[in-house]
Design a protein around this ligand. Structure first.
Ligand code: SF4
Length: 273
């Protein structure tokens, strides 16, 4: 059981940035999760380090009032978007709807939620997310095997369950949907074909194709919420991750665009990768 008051730890700030996002421009970050990294996944490439609290339970981690008070200090919010992400899976915050409504009322800026998609089967989560202008959903593979190897979900979450929730959400959501996909190694033809077929069914506004260009902190780091570069000197231990060369990413992007007509954005990759 998590003690939600841990969110009041002095080093924690529920609003951070702005950071420069290759996907969404200048983005002010909102962390509805708090000091203890908490997620229903434990992705091998997660920039937060090893996830400390692995759960798919929803609860209030950071009170909405605390977030809005902190957000007031960032007025007049000259950013492209206000993004809920932070220290884990933001849809695990049971006050997600209240937070999104509060941000919109206070700032009138576009809102975005980055989610791993594991909670989209929950009607309350779908209803909360409906308040956001944009939702970007993680899809790192096309099978239970890839899910297990790359995302390492908590027990009880399976691939078919995630896809069913994603398609249900897609049917009713009025905002912009993005699909974020991380490539750790080149995919064979049948995996690419399966992915393209899934993407065609989801019909997102865009796909964000990426590969891990930054080493992963070995342990939880609060600055993993932000954009640190691969050349930064960090006072903590990191380990390099497998990634693909830019040509692989660009060829796959072209293939998806040609076969689906959906725009694909690829992350800028440093020349050394
Ligand atoms: S879904 Fe996001 S926060 Fe959760 S483990 Fe994966 S990368 Fe980290």
């Amino acid at each position: 059981m998590i003690d939600s008051t841990i969110a009041l730890h002095p080093s924690f700030t529920p609003v951070y940035g702005p950071v420069s996002s290759w996907r969404y421009g200048r983005s002010l970050g909102i962390d509805p999760i708090g000091v203890v990294s908490t997620c229903s996944f434990n992705c091998v490439y997660c920039q937060l380090g090893e996830i400390e609290q692995k759960t798919s339970d929803r609860m209030i981690y950071v009170p909405c009032a605390e977030i809005l008070t902190s957000l007031e200090n960032f007025a007049p919010w000259s950013v492209d978007v206000i993004t809920l992400s932070g220290s884990g899976e933001p849809t695990l915050a049971a006050n997600l709807g209240e937070i999104l409504t509060g941000i919109k009322t206070l700032t009138a800026r576009p809102t975005l939620v980055l989610t791993n998609g594991t909670t989209l089967n929950d009607p309350q989560v779908r209803s909360d997310l409906a308040i956001a202008d944009k939702v970007s959903i993680k899809l790192d593979g096309v099978s239970s095997d890839q899910l297990r190897r790359v995302n390492r979900p908590v027990p009880g979450i399976d691939f078919d369950h995630i896809i069913a929730g994603l398609l249900e959400f897609r049917q009713h959501y009025q905002g912009e949907i993005g699909i974020q996909t991380m490539l750790l190694s080149p995919w064979d033809e049948s995996t690419r074909r399966e992915y393209i077929s899934l993407i065609t069914a989801v019909a997102p506004r865009e796909i964000q194709l990426n590969t891990p260009t930054r080493p992963k902190p070995v342990q939880r780091q609060l600055d993993g919420r932000e954009n640190h570069t691969s050349s930064a000197n960090r006072p903590y231990q990191v380990r390099a991750l497998r990634c693909v060369v830019p040509e692989i990413l660009h060829h796959f992007a072209q293939e998806i665009e040609q076969k689906t007509g959906i725009m694909v954005r690829t992350a800028p990759i440093p020349a050394t990768v």
